[in-house]
Design a protein around this ligand. Structure first.
Ligand code: MIG
Length: 643
């Protein structure tokens, strides 16, 4: 059951879609006015676990951390980094009292969860906030009720679950062809290649560099015929350039954010000086969404939206490129100056609102704009993922978790972030596999891929400043082929579990604690996850490890993928060491359950979702099955498979 409590006014975020009644006095928390906002406090029991908060650092259990919801373009993902690209203000306290709480505000809000051993949750909403309290039987039930209240997840097409290769720096159509050809030659599956800002004419949205991509339409068609789709990046800012029709129309219609003098605000990003579309205006969203016609006319069916926190290199008010060191937060190392976010405004229903007050929903509204545009332009499901987000944007697209780096610790953080993202609606998500910054070793890439086979978005991406990170660049190609082919063998399960979760407001990835709440040890596990209803993933997260210790809360079927076949055996409840060579993946099937595995293929065109074998101790599996792109997705597409 959800109840809401209002503490001051704020612009609509659009996060909650259900009708929720207002309660009289917020339970569990004390609430005291502080400045323009409110401070909330709730004591924590010693064994309480706090789950959620989506895209944040630290573990599955958020205790011990300070998290600042203030969307930030910041590649320094240390554990103490308080802000990343999205704001996902929902958590579940699980212990003596179990409840969920969503602090809905487009403005900055700070969560301190047993920070410095305070023994409490301390929350400072700097401005108006609506608190949604979620009560239910247990953490899992609470998460499901919250998911139902925020509306159904975005539904990607089947091909979006394939393996994608990306790199900032694929500069020409020759580069793109080469990547596809080398994957093919190496016998490794590949579904799509991302085009980073290099495809654009001077980094301007809705353009193509004609010298380097003389026939983009032809290239898109040719690659699609080979089973490889192309996925262009789109940035938030529109270059100030007279005669560019997008720019001209935006200025004429008043679709851009205004500066303090009421003129169109200017900020430098990749294309040089730009204006930011005022995504908070419905008309501006519609206009921005319409621009994707440029891409759909070229044949593109997948997109990634970047720089939409928004990232600012410098602004018309602050021309030095220095980040803000004066914001009072010693951990803030973001690219923008915080004062820039105070120097432009939005038009919200005719009222001028400072960007500062609505900062956290800017990227989410860009996702909404592109998604609604694409719905009109295409007659099938499309791939869309964004860097910045707020709860609510999960109905329009997925997210990736931004500029991580090539370390085992970042791989671990990819694991611990996934359940929180799912609790906040972002079922379709994933990290830059192999790491964005830094040079990825063979071992790290293999271990990372072996985890990414379970995340809905599976994309190898890296920056232009590091070594090439495509799987075929490394020696011992067979190990890479083994893991990539596992993804395609597992797709009948992954796709089906994702669609079932999305259609029934359920989680796709959850912590063990949610399924085994009475198991004291499972409650605190940080390095194993449940993927869908039947599978337990236990990725190897340490450098140089021959395998890992795995704890199973009940007896299960152990499955070892060795590149050729699935070897299964029954294993008892408890802990054991499992050896996992680099080209292999070991996972588990829960007691009494099954998973469908297919014959695999080099891309999703080649796989047959209906031709599956059931693995595991159970006797039945309910499969979601459709053509992979139809808009009409419902329980009608479920079928029961028996052994
Ligand atoms: O300032 O487009 O997170 O994935 O490769 C960097 C270049 C801009 C940041 C994204 C990253 C992308 C990069 N972008």
């Amino acid at each position: 059951m959800l109840t809401k409590y209002c503490f001051g006014a704020h612009a609509e975020t659009g996060a909650v879609t259900a009708a929720v009644k207002e309660g009289e006095a917020l339970p569990y928390f004390s609430a005291v006015k502080e400045g323009t906002g409110t401070r909330f406090c709730c004591p924590l029991g010693e064994d309480d676990v706090v789950f959620g908060l989506g895209e944040t650092m630290r573990g599955i259990d958020k205790r011990g951390g300070r998290y600042v919801s203030f969307n930030t373009d910041n590649p320094h993902h240390e554990d103490d980094m308080p802000s990343l690209y999205g704001s996902h203000n929902f958590f579940i306290l699980d212990g003596e009292r179990t409840f969920g709480a969503f602090f809905d505000t487009p403005a900055r809000i700070i969560f301190e969860i047993d920070y410095e051993g305070s023994g409490k949750i301390d929350i400072l909403a700097e401005q108006g906030v609506t608190v949604y309290l979620v009560e239910g039987e247990n953490a899992n039930d609470i998460a499901r009720q919250f998911l139902a209240a925020i509306g159904r997840s975005y539904l990607p097409p089947l091909w979006a679950f394939g393996f994608g290769q990306s790199r900032w720096g694929y500069k020409t159509e020759k580069d793109v062809r080469k990547i596809a050809a080398r994957y093919k030659k190496a016998g490794m599956p590949l579904e799509y290649i991302c085009l980073d800002i290099d495809y654009m004419d001077r980094y301007i949205d809705f353009t193509v560099n004609k010298k380097r991509f003389p026939d983009m339409k032809g290239l898109v068609k040719e690659m699609k015929a080979r089973g490889v789709r192309l996925v262009p990046i789109v940035d938030a800012g529109i270059k100030i350039e007279p005669h560019n029709p997008v720019y001209e129309e935006g200025v004429k219609e008043g679709y851009f954010c205004k500066n303090l003098e009421g003129k169109d605000f200017q900020a430098a990003v990749w294309p040089g000086m730009t204006h930011f579309p005022d995504f908070l205006q419905a008309k501006a969203r519609e206009w921005f969404g319409r621009q994707y016609k440029f891409y759909t006319d070229l044949g593109f069916e997948g997109f990634w939206n970047d720089m939409n926190e928004p990232a600012i290199f410098y602004s018309e008010y602050n021309t030095s490129r220095l980040g803000d060191k004066s914001c009072g937060d010693p951990l803030y190392k973001g690219g923008a100056r915080l004062s820039d976010y105070k120097s432009f405004t939005h038009n919200v229903d005719g009222k001028m609102v400072s960007h500062w007050d609505v900062h956290n929903i800017f990227g989410a509204k860009m996702t909404e704009a592109s998604s609604e545009g694409l719905e009109k332009l295409l007659d099938k499901r499309f791939l869309l993922f964004s860097r910045s987000s707020y709860i609510g944007a999960h109905r329009y697209g997925g997210i990736w978790t931004g500029d991580n780096s090539s370390t085992f610790h970042m791989l671990r953080r990819n694991v611990t972030m996934m359940p929180g993202l799912n609790m906040c609606g972002f079922l379709f998500s994933g990290a830059d596999t192999g790491g964005f910054g830094g040079n990825c070793s063979r071992e790290l890439l293999l271990r990372w891929l072996a985890f990414s086979v379970f995340t809905p978005l599976m994309r190898d991406h890296t920056t232009i400043f590091t070594r090439h990170q495509e799987c075929f660049r490394y020696r011992g190609k067979r190990d890479f082929g083994s893991i990539l082919s596992l993804r395609y063998r597992l797709l009948p399960y992954i796709y089906s579990e994702f669609m079932k979760a999305a259609l029934s407001s359920d989680l796709y990835i959850r912590p063990l604690a949610f399924a085994y709440p009475k198991d004291a040890r499972a409650r605190h596990i940080e390095d194993e996850l449940l993927v869908g209803d039947s599978l337990l993933a236990a990725p190897v997260l340490e450098k140089g490890a021959k395998g890992r210790k795995v704890y199973l809360p009940e007896e299960m079927t152990e499955v070892r993928w060795n590149g050729k076949e699935f070897l299964t055996r029954e294993v008892p409840q408890g802990e054991r060491f499992v050896t996992v060579p680099l080209g292999e993946v070991v996972f588990y099937i829960r007691k009494g359950k099954c998973i469908p595995v297919g014959k695999g293929g080099m891309n999703t065109k080649e796989i047959d979702l209906s031709d599956v074998t059931l693995l595991g101790g159970g006797s039945e599996y309910t499969q979601y099955l459709d053509d992979g792109f139809t808009r009409e997705c419902s329980a009608k597409n479920l079928r029961v498979l028996s052994k």
